[in-house]
Design a protein around this ligand. Sequence first.
Ligand code: DLL
Length: 433
Amino acid sequence: MSNYFQKEIECAPIEQIRAIQNEKIVKQVRYVWEHVPYYRKKMEEKGVRPDDVRSIEDMHKLPFLSKADLRKAYPYGLLAVPLKDCVRIHSTSGTTGKRVIAFYTQADIDMWSECCARAIMAAGGTAEDVCQISYGYGLFTGGAGLDGGSHKVGCLTVPASSGNTERQIMFIKDLNATILCCTPSYAAYLGESMKEMGLGPDDIPLKAGIFGAEAWSEEMRRSIEETLGIKAYDIYGLTELSGPGVSFECSEQHGMHINEDHFLAEIIDPDTGEVLPEGTQGELVFTSLDKQAFPLLRYRTRDICTLTREKCSCGRTHVRMAKPKGRTDDMLIIRGVNVFPSQIETVLLNNGYAANYQIIVGRVNHTDTFEIKVEMTPDMFTDNVGEIDERRKVLADDLKAMLGIKAKVSLVAPKSITRSEGKAVRVIDNRKI
Ligand code: DLL
């Protein structure tokens, strides 16, 4: 059985993809110039006109858009169609400053659903499947995006949304859910709760999970796959570009194929803005090639990753992005050293811990303090203080080897760190800088 939603595009020769992109970019740049005065002004400031962009080779001439631009233009400044042509908005959970609001026409929603349908089929989904969507529904794009994809594939869609963990498990069992969509941290929590209820992987019908919206490591993938008895697929996206489904993993589980007929990716040096060659790590920049309501050209995602065009044995030809390593704004600079939460997660999982941890950063006498609170698993938990301290020392050493700086490590009781039903909150930065 085919696991492509649109094989002719997903597996098209690269020349054909390039031709599609070249045709679309010329149109899209002119469209934005004519309909988005905010971006037109940026182009004028840079001395670029639509005629200067004849193919994707000319992308570098265009100005970048950043989250700051989106905030400045809030709420309607980047809208390219009359409001009466929009049918939906979604919004980021933005913890700082103004939220970003993205607008969609019906055509934008259809394109987005197709991207998510490609992701579901790549994970083995068919019309025979029951797809339980446990991403939040509402302003967050996770629920609505995968819901649209699930309908396109023809799965029986269970719009469970997030929360109410016992009910989630009951639905999985009673409705024979075969595909689960949620954040990886919530998938891990569901697994943990299942164990507590005395349920193992053989007691549930799930075969695949489509997990994204936050960074997660290979170790976390293996742990979830084992607990739930599934194959776990990564999915990436962001509200500004539509939501989940900008890219997705195939059965190779080796990078996420970017839906290149809709989204053009570049990697840049985050400091200089210079475009970097394939394979080099840098900041991911996206251009939406055919969005109508909220078209973004050269949007800086702040996600750090690499791209590869190496042949993929699944047959898809679209460029793959590595799991984002973190975000430029997630990256903590502690005593001058760059620290990514994902590095800590890798060490924890390699040492047999679950990924339940919190990073607490502060500043005392102009020096950064750095604490990592880590939950023990129930089988590690003991009242033997010496044993716990021994364990703590081993972990502290491994963390220091990975991060290059020393952290105060404390081991805490199972379940004492608050669980998230959506994206996990890992970092508490108390420094006032
Ligand atoms: O998180 C959209 C989404 C929903 C993606 C469900 C996948 C599944 P935002 O809330 O706007 O949108 O957050 C976007 O989340 O720039 C990344 O930093 C991060 N992110 C999303 N997917 C992944 C992933 C949704 N698979 C921001 N791995 C992005 C790592 C991810 N980070």
